[in-house]
Design a protein around this ligand. Structure first.
Ligand code: FAD
Ligand code: NAI
Length: 467
């Protein structure tokens, strides 16, 4: 029987990064993964393929709509969807192979199969052909991630009624795509298919899009997406999805009650959230506790209630983000090696990779109000940023929220070009406890989009220069 300091179950961003860090720190480490490739949801059917399609579809839209504005004539762009899908798959394969290489390079043993706890310090691995073996482990980290949340009564067939996984693999552009849920997946993948020619209708239960993000950002972003052609049905709930010959009928009703309406669709994307994935893990064999949302309960050192068993990533509480899972992977490996692993949950950036992008870090205005924290606001629109102006990418703004008493930056919210990269200077500043004055006094290169961040920081003291 093989015996390890650490066995990690699941090689998504949480699990594989945890294994790499543990191996760096000298722990004898193995990973167990049931998929044929490493990288989890993120690399196989999440972050990476969605970003490939966002990139490719954006290029298609650029060529179709924006090249003429730039004075470039290339004839009418044609879509070869199969080729676009191979472009996506090549990117996915490159990334998943990269993880396999890193695991090998770091001397980590890999076991393909389903991992199941088989009593204290034991993980049973069952491979697809039914063979099984037991690994002995001083410590186990569960990093089994999450799965699609189902809408009661709606069957996902991944052809007409799809989850994100099916929506990343359609073989033809749907005439009409109905998206259920105006969260990150709905808006990213809705954008992809709109750019490629679909009519997109997003049905959202709440009265706003992107719940959880700053309200003003949500409102302005909805306006931008509407201008792009995405239609929104807010405060509406889907009460049924029925397959017809080649498509589906989606029944929607006002969330507050009222007359139902039927929307015809060629494809329906169910994107109403994700749920922790613990099926078949054998949690009951050792008595691991879950919380009321089915997530594995851990303390602030990622320890479950059972000695020697830890959990990280989407399967525990907190935002379901790859970088949050990765940082927890590093932290728990460091804790297991006797170091002080730590994640600052106050500074986890959140990015929506649409065009324009949406990015935020720290508290929203709604959260600050709820917590009774007095704050000052500095805002700067991209219409007043030289680089955005010259590139004709002026949709959006930067908003800096700073403590009214100390000027410490409490949150920053951006809708705008390259917002996902722009947010990172603020995240670093917040890690160092910066004030808005610190950002405002930092020399920002001209002409860059980052000057909008500096101007928003100046605007906290009502002294923006270009507005
Ligand atoms: P996962 O990545 O889910 O990995 C868990 C792994 O465990 C899987 O490979 C699974 O096969 C394996 N596993 C499960 N049970 C067992 C078992 N019993 N035995 C063996 N193996 C098992 N996040 C971002 O930060 N940025 C993005 O741009 C982004 N885009 C996304 C787009 C989509 C369409 C989706 C669906 C998600 C996206 N996410 C994004 C979220 C991100 O994918 C997750 O937060 C991240 O993958 C969580 O990592 P994890 O390691 O906790 O779990
Ligand atoms: P989400 O939680 O972001 O959004 C789900 C939306 O569906 C919410 O707006 C919710 O109000 C709505 N909803 C729920 N039930 C509904 C119903 N019955 N009818 C209509 N609307 C309903 O979940 P999503 O978009 O599925 O994404 C799952 C997770 O994946 C997210 O938590 C996110 O963290 C992660 N992700 C991250 C990305 C990124 O970082 N760029 C990209 C894609 C996913």
């Amino acid at each position: 029987m093989s015996s390890y300091d650490l066995v990690v179950i699941g090689t998504g961003p949480g699990g594989y990064v945890c294994a790499l860090r543990a191996a760096q720190l000298g722990l004898k480490t193995a990973v167990v993964e049931k998929r044929p490739t490493h990288g989890g949801t993120c690399l196989n059917v999440g972050c990476i393929p969605s970003k490939a399609l966002l990139h490719a579809s954006e290029a298609f839209e650029e060529a179709t709509k924006h090249f003429p504005v730039l004075g470039i004539t290339v004839g009418e762009p044609k879509l070869d969807l199969a080729k676009m899908m191979s472009f996506k798959q090549e990117g996915v394969d490159g990334n998943t192979k990269g993880v396999a290489f890193l695991l090998k390079k770091n001397g980590i043993d890999t076991f393909q199969g389903t991992g199941r706890l088989a009593g204290a310090g034991r993980v049973e691995v069952t491979s697809e052909d039914g063979g099984n073996q037991i690994l002995e482990a001083k410590n186990v980290v569960i990093a089994t991630g999450s799965d699609v949340a189902n809408l009661p009564g709606v069957t996902i067939d991944e052809e007409v009624v799809v989850s994100s996984t099916g929506a990343l693999d359609l073989t033809k552009v749907p005439g009409k795509l109905v998206v259920i849920g105006a969260g990150v997946i709905g808006l990213e993948l809705g954008s992809v298919w709109r750019r490629l020619g679909a009519e997109v209708i997003v049905v959202e239960y709440l009265d706003r899009i992107l719940p959880g993000m700053d309200g003003e950002v949500g409102k302005q972003f909805q306006r931008i997406l509407s201008k792009q052609g995405i239609q929104f049905r807010l405060s509406q709930k889907v009460t049924g999805v029925e397959r017809t010959g080649s498509g589906a009928k989606v029944t929607v009703e006002p969330a507050a009650g009222g007359a139902a309406e039927v929307l015809e669709a060629d494809v329906v994307l169910v994107a109403i959230g994700r749920v922790p994935y613990t099926a078949g893990l054998g949690l009951e064999t050792v008595g691991i506790q879950l919380d009321n949302k089915g997530r594995i309960l851990t303390d602030d050192r990622y320890a479950t209630n059972v000695t020697g068993i830890y959990a990280i990533g989407d399967v525990i509480a907190g935002p379901m983000l790859a970088h949050k899972a990765e940082d927890e992977g590093v932290a728990v490996a460091e804790i297991l090696a006797g170091k002080a692993g730590h994640v600052n949950y106050g500074v986890i950036p959140n990015v929506v990779y649409t065009t324009p992008e949406v990015a935020s870090v720290g508290k929203s205005e709604e959260e600050l109000k709820k917590d009774g924290i007095a704050y000052n606001t500095g805002k700067f629109p991209f219409t007043a940023n030289g680089r955005a102006k010259v590139n004709h990418t002026t949709d959006g703004f930067v908003k800096v929220l700073a403590d009214a008493a100390t000027d410490r930056v409490l949150g920053v919210h951006i809708v705008g070009p390259d917002a996902g990269n722009l947010i990172m200077e603020v995240a670093v500043a917040m890690e160092f406890g910066a004030s808005s004055e610190d950002i405002a006094r930092t020399c920002h290169a001209h002409p860059t989009l980052t000057e909008a961040v500096k101007e928003a920081a100046l605007a906290v003291e009502k002294r923006a220069l270009h507005m």
